[in-house]
Design a protein around this ligand. Structure first.
Ligand code: ZN
Ligand code: ZN
Ligand code: FE
Length: 711
């Protein structure tokens, strides 16, 4: 930018840039240099030029702003206009097809601006100056309602109809910013149960959208930082502690609610007509497939179970699910990074040019490296689903063309059977480029090092469900001494067989059996415990045989498996009806006033035999919430004690916590607090997910070091 004037004017100008920056802008620094140029007599913004290889950042999608909401009742051309937007708000990433970001390369290209919009678009003093998706009632996109029989195009009628469907206990497919949603009254249990059935969804909790913050606060506890996230332009789903219960089918007995506030103009209009203050708003997909973004697919698949569908005639170019976050004492924890975050890059302290990191398997994201930035793709889902695999490959291609990226190096997980690993070998052949396999838990730790611009030996605590280890076993209770270049496995949770392999994930009681079998053997009286009396005898015999003969019982040190075992033992989760149910139920049960901790032993591994003995004893004496607290306290204590050992033997004082277990708020906060009290420097992920959604960033860091790109 060239600015002409007195030094004081220039100072004021750069201050104004900071003061009046649009909410979604990101100013990294302002540097002022003197320059000799021609005379200018007015302020101009010149046309974007395509410069080869130069990349511009693409803005994530921004929730409708307050001024636009006001305009919806005062601007005659935009009264109740559901696609109102301005330079400060509206869709971005989800409508873009190419760069530079100008209207012709967006899915707005088919809409011709009317004279009023065009005048505003070209007026530098207007809030809609160069707002690419600018539109109004006479020239922009419009909504359409269908129930399979009638089609309604009049907005007022659409709102009447949709609100009466929801208030009457029906359900609706609703086209959002980055894909379709399914919605119903979150206070009507039958409606929620039916929606669940139609979606073919297990019992996983649904996110809900409240009319406004006041309504939300009647049902959920919030503090000021949670409210800030709820109201931010990103408008993520925020995991909150429930205060009053919604329909039981929404959260299925968990003490948290995933809540969000309206982010599209249509949501505000809908709530004006609705009686209920809260609706279920969940991804419009069937089972584990990617969220649906195309209108014809939505009609084919969603209208089968939803009573009606509301769409609009602007295409969604890039999918983006709702992002999910949690506000903890150490800071924000991102659980799903998508709408509002993507494709904002993560700034790195090293060169990542040309690195394509393919992520892991569950909650997958990939990442492309451009100079000293990692641009992470949106949440894709679990790469066990064929539809998710298609979406994954498609997104990698999209990002490559959007950001003019050509892979020069590939980073992937060490697991030989992950889809992302197979895809890595395909790409390696296709481009004839080198690749590196990155151990999963090393990637977790490196993801945190990368976002915090650290590269030194740290105590890496990586706790999660599973990840392929260098010894061929499943890891996940890992204490490492690591930097981005390498890691040493200092200590880990005891190896325990998983009878039936992946079956243990659906049947946590198998892990309860396996732990007791490992520590107390054949002679233990399994039938003295409720958990095994509840289990079918033939299954129990089979599991016992697998363990006795070591058939189909791969070893795991996964912390998630330990949570499974204790959750099953305490009767909280015998069989899981959704992913991570057992750990979520045991976290939900915690008594927050207990400081008691179970005994354990740290040798070459962390041995939990004494803890299980104490739990077995407690099962007869104290209630489940107390056992849950004691168990959680034990895990935090284990982390602290191992960290102390490493510090005293190696002199390392920085601890990095990463892996899915740290989505457990209690574990994260307690561990942080205990470590800081002992004067450790403690770090965790805040820009990318602490779960496997952050793996691709860690792989990028390790690959940069491996291929010698670091500066
Ligand atoms: Zn706006
Ligand atoms: Zn217009
Ligand atoms: Fe993991």
């Amino acid at each position: 930018m060239i600015v002409q004037g007195d030094p004081s004017d220039i100072d004021r100008f750069s201050n104004d840039i900071l003061t009046y920056a649009p909410p979604a802008s990101r100013i990294k620094s302002i540097d002022v240099f003197p320059s000799i140029v021609g005379e200018y007599d007015r302020f101009t913004v010149t046309e974007s030029r395509v410069v080869n290889d130069q990349i511009t950042e693409i803005s994530p999608d921004i929730a409708v702003c307050d001024q636009c909401l006001e305009d919806m009742s005062s601007d005659p051309a935009r009264i109740d206009y559901p696609f109102i937007n301005c330079t400060n708000c509206g869709p971005r990433f989800t409508i873009i097809n190419g760069l530079p970001y100008d209207r012709p390369v967006t899915t707005m290209s088919g809409f011709r601006m009317c004279p009023k919009c065009s005048a505003e678009y070209n007026d530098i003093n207007d809030r809609r100056f160069h707002a690419q998706p600018i539109a109004c009632n006479s020239c922009g996109p419009s909504c359409e309602f269908t129930d399979g029989k009638v089609i309604i195009k009049e907005l007022r009628e659409i709102l009447d109809k949709t609100s009466s469907i929801i208030d009457g206990g029906g359900s609706l497919a609703l086209k959002g910013v980055g894909g379709y949603h399914l919605a119903c009254d979150a206070l009507n249990n039958d409606a929620v149960a039916r929606l669940r059935q139609g979606k073919n969804r297990d019992m996983k909790p649904f996110a809900v959208m409240f009319r406004d913050l006041a309504a939300l606060k009647e049902y959920c506890h919030t503090d000021s930082s949670e409210e800030k996230e709820l109201l931010s332009w990103i408008r993520p789903v925020v995991l909150l502690i429930s205060k009053r219960s919604l329909a039981p089918q929404v959260s299925n007995g968990l003490v948290t609610t995933g809540a969000l506030l309206p982010f599209m103009p249509f949501h505000y209009l809908l709530f004006r007509h609705l009686k209920t203050p809260v609706i279920v708003l969940t991804s419009g997909n069937i089972s584990e497939e990617p969220v649906i973004k195309d209108d014809s697919e939505a009609r084919d698949k969603l209208l089968k179970s939803a009573d009606a569908l509301v769409s609009y005639n602007r295409d969604i170019s890039n999918r983006a699910d709702d992002s999910v976050v949690m506000v903890t004492k150490p800071g924000i924890i991102i659980i799903r990074r998508s709408r509002g975050y993507v494709p904002r890059p993560v700034d790195l302290a090293f060169d990542a040019e040309g690195i394509l990191a393919l992520g892991a398997e569950q909650k997958n994201t990939f990442s492309i490296g451009r100079k000293n930035q990692a641009i992470m793709g949106q949440y894709t889902g679990d790469l066990k689903n064929a539809g998710v695999c298609d979406f994954y490959r498609e997104s990698i291609e999209n990002f490559s063309s959007l950001f003019r990226f050509t892979p020069r190096y590939i980073a992937h997980d060490l697991h030989p059977d992950y889809y992302s690993t197979l895809y890595a070998s395909f790409l390696r052949e296709k481009y004839g480029i080198p690749s590196v396999a990155v151990q999963h838990h090393h990637a977790h730790i490196a993801s945190c090092l990368a976002e915090r611009c650290l590269d030194e030996k740290v105590i890496g605590v990586s706790l999660d469900g599973t990840g392929y280890g260098t010894d061929g076993n499943m890891w996940g209770g890992e204490f490492m001494i690591a930097d981005t270049g390498s890691f040493e496995r200092y200590c880990h949770f005891d190896y325990v067989p998983m009878p039936g392999g992946d079956r243990v994930v659906d049947e946590p009681w198998r892990m309860a059996f396996s732990y007791l079998y490992k520590y107390f053997g054949d002679s233990f009286d399994y039938y003295s415990l409720e958990v095994f009396r509840r289990t079918e005898k033939h299954k129990l015999d089979l599991v016992s045989e697998m363990l006795g003969k070591n058939i189909n019982a791969p070893l795991s040190s996964g912390a998630g498996r330990l949570f499974d075992a204790v959750s099953a033992l305490t009767g909280l989760c015998h069989e899981a009806s959704f992913d991570s149910e057992a750990p979520m139920r045991i976290e939900s049960a915690i008594n927050h006033n207990s400081d008691v901790c179970y005994p354990f032993r740290i040798a070459d591994t962390v041995v939990f035999a004494d803890m299980f003995l104490a739990i077995l004893d407690d099962l007869k004496k104290v209630d489940v919430s107390e056992i849950s607290a004691r168990f959680h306290n034990t895990i935090a204590q284990v982390i602290v004690e191992v960290a102390e050992r490493i510090r005293s033997s190696r002199g390392i004082g920085k601890v990095v916590l990463s892996g899915g277990v740290f989505q457990n708020r209690y574990i994260l906060e307690r561990t942080f607090q205990m470590l800081e009290k002992r004067r450790f420097m403690v770090y965790t992920n805040h820009q990318v997910p602490v779960n496997d959604g952050g793996i691709s960033l860690g792989q990028t860091a390790v690959a940069s070091k491996h291929f010698g790109l670091c500066v």
